[in-house]
Design a protein around this ligand. Structure first.
Ligand SMILES: *Cc1c(COP(=O)(O)O)cnc(C)c1O
Ligand SMILES: [Zn+2]
Length: 402
């Protein structure tokens, strides 16, 4: 049905191998289907509810998946923000509306299903927060133990709360995300635990459905550009891969320009694109308010450079101030509540329109990746506190200055 193929040397591994990177050359793997033998039409898909599993012919899971009805997230037309930027067709795919509040659920429904299919008895990940929340949720649904490693003091409150409440064993590492990832990779190797970071090729298979859904929600029209925040760069690479598959199946006839947005203090992919480097040079101490993309050594570096370059897209950074301003605009002008990393995509569009890189007549889909409630502390810090008021109508009127 599918193989795991090394994107470096082309070595092929069977679908039942428990493997994350190429044994021969160490490069990343990807799932490759025999597309010529896939018998499905877009019409068939459209008869099913919109969700990750609408597209199961292009997913690796054979039996019943571990699912909480992920995907099927709203695609909102950003009318006010679009008007301000002079873009008629600006959309946001609100991935905060997934079961655990981020797009990671699309990856975990597939990744945890594959863990069971491969006979694994426990699962683990390192995380800036959302991966751990999602893995805790899907591990609970599957009934298998979950271990998560978090960088100490750098994870948003809502995400830690989720990982704890859904029953994961939560370990706080005295180091950053990049170090936590090295440690969990060693742990999984030593102890036979299944690794569910985005180096795992199956997770990306679930995440690619963001692009499929966006096109279905646009009645089959392919956006000119898709804009995503980039941390480990799994998501943007996944969406690109999925759309290549649709085009090989003849379902779409063009590709969106894949556009990656990072934070100013954490922008190794942006540097590689702007300086046309052959590879991404890791940054030692990434820093940004958008903790979900506070990553200096993106795991999917090789895939993202390919995706951006082949699709004639681009990458740019935004400042923390721009991120927070756009988080507020999305909340107050569009009614869309997202966490800071998510707002980076739309903030990036604003910057690129103003710089003349993005045309006013483009149809643009921004992926807003996680929910506002993930990171309440950052929100509270930005907003004025509630107005204190005595328990009488008189004090209420005076508090409201009416
Ligand atoms: C994981 C995450 C990202 C980054 O996605 P990558 O696949 O690591 O590039 C962005 N935003 C949010 C909210 C996330 O949880
Ligand atoms: Zn290889």
């Amino acid at each position: 049905m599918f193989d795991l193929v090394c994107i470096g040397c082309g070595a092929t591994y069977q679908s039942d191998a428990v493997i994350y990177t190429c044994k021969k050359c160490g490069h990343l793997l990807e799932v490759r289907y025999d597309l010529a033998n896939i018998n499905i039409t877009r019409k068939d898909w459209q008869k099913r509810p919109i969700s990750v599993w609408r597209y199961r012919e292009l997913l690796p899971v054979a039996g019943e998946p571990v699912t909480l009805q992920e995907g099927g997230t709203p695609l909102y037309h950003l009318k006010r923000i679009g008007d301000e930027l002079g873009i008629k067709e600006l959309y946001a795919k609100h991935e905060g509306m997934n079961p655990s509040g981020s797009f990671k659920d699309r990856g975990m429904t597939v990744g945890v299903s594959m863990a069971l299919q491969l006979g694994m008895k426990s699962v683990a990940c390192a995380s800036t927060g959302n991966t751990s929340a999602s893995l805790a949720v899907y591990g609970a649904k599957a009934g298998i133990p979950v271990i998560v490693l978090l960088p100490s003091g750098k994870v948003a409150l809502g995400k830690v709360a989720q990982a704890l409440m859904h029953g994961a064993k939560v370990i706080s590492i005295n180091g950053n995300f990049d170090r936590a990832l090295e440690m969990v990779r060693d742990l999984c190797e030593t102890k036979g635990i299944y690794l569910l970071n985005s180096v795992n090729p199956y997770r990306l298979e679930g995440q690619k459905t963001i692009g499929f859904e966006a096109i279905d929600q646009l009645n089959g029209e392919v956006p000119d550009r898709m804009v995503l925040p980039v941390g480990n760069a799994g998501n943007i690479s996944a969406v690109y891969k999925g759309l290549i598959e649709l085009s090989e199946l003849g379902f779409i006839d063009k590709m969106p320009m894949m556009t990656g947005i990072q934070a100013e203090g954490s922008q190794p992919v942006v540097r590689a694109i702007k300086e046309n480097l052959p590879e991404v040079i890791p940054e030692g101490s990434p820093e940004t308010v958008a903790t979900a993309i506070r990553i200096g050594a993106p795991v999917n570096a090789e895939k993202v450079l390919h995706a951006i370059r082949m699709s004639k897209g681009t990458a740019d950074y935004v400042t923390d101030a721009e991120i927070l301003a756009m988080q507020r605009d999305l909340a107050q002008k569009e009614g869309i509540g997202v966490e800071p990393a998510s707002a980076a995509s739309v903030a990036g569009v604003k910057k690129l329109v103003e710089a003349g890189v993005i045309d006013h007549d483009e149809r643009i889909v921004c992926v807003v990746t996680g929910h506002l409630l993930k990171d309440p502390e950052t929100v509270i810090k930005q907003c004025a506190p509630p107005i204190e008021c005595g328990a009488t109508l008189e004090s209420l009127l005076s508090a409201l200055q009416l």
